[in-house]
Write a protein that binds this ligand. Structure first.
Ligand code: ZN
Length: 230
């Protein structure tokens, strides 16, 4: 293929890019694949707004997202945030004590941290769960989440909710999980909400949408990873 042909194909590809949702249109002055969707905050070419599944729930969810996760194409939190009505995402690695206290607690709600009881950061004895709850989730790699926990005593002191037997992850296709019990932030949060809220919480449509999200990311990865692999 000549350089010109490559250029023409690239230009044609660019012209075919259409806004994936109304929010993309707002933010698409240059009609560039790099334009960011104002709603899901992802590049227009990978906008996931069409996958959003409004899912009824009672528990407030606060995601503390490590800055590196925000830039990951594979990250599941944007789909979670847009599908849950009560889900806030705060990006950061270090939080001032007063700022963190204000984020963690809401009047009339008990707060739980979705995190296992691990030797490096033992959990305090937790009182029985009493709804309504505020569920705090750390979105980071295992190592970075542990560091965030250890560096923030207010986080480490929260009563914890841990998933005893997480379900198999749909995530495996796109992200190497080092341990069999490591799941995506979306799946872990959904499992926690199912446990807290029981049958009234119907996660099936959201998990199906997440499966389609994973399949889309895997399909985009394949051409890049197909070279040089035995
Ligand atoms: Zn979008």
């Amino acid at each position: 293929m000549t350089g010109n042909a490559a250029f023409s194909q690239q230009a044609a590809t660019r012209r075919r890019v259409v806004p994936a949702c109304d929010h993309c249109r707002v933010n698409t002055a240059l009609n560039s694949p790099r334009a960011v969707c104002a709603r899901c905050l992802r590049p227009q070419s990978t906008c996931l707004c069409a996958l959003v599944q409004p899912t009824a729930h009672r528990t407030e969810v606060l995601v503390l997202q490590h800055p590196q996760e925000q830039r990951q194409a594979k990250n599941s939190v944007a789909l979670l945030r847009l599908s849950l009505a009560r889900c806030d995402v705060v990006v950061g690695e270090r939080f001032a004590p007063a700022q963190l206290q204000a984020l963690l607690h809401r009047p009339g709600r008990d707060t739980r941290l979705l995190y296992p009881d691990v030797p490096a950061a033992p959990a305090a004895p937790a009182p029985a769960v009493a709804e309504p709850l505020r569920l705090v989730v750390i979105d980071a790699t295992w190592r970075k989440s542990l560091r965030m926990l250890l560096e923030h005593p207010a986080l480490a002191a929260l009563p914890r909710l841990s998933l005893d037997a997480p379900e198999p992850t749909r995530y495996r296709a796109i992200r190497a999980a080092r341990r069999s019990d490591q799941v995506s932030t979306l799946e872990a949060t959904v499992q926690a909400l199912s446990r807290l809220e029981g049958p009234s919480f119907d996660a099936a449509p959201l998990l199906d949408a997440f499966g389609r999200f994973v399949a889309g990311v895997a399909a985009r990865q394949r051409p890049k990873e197909g070279t040089g692999q035995a």
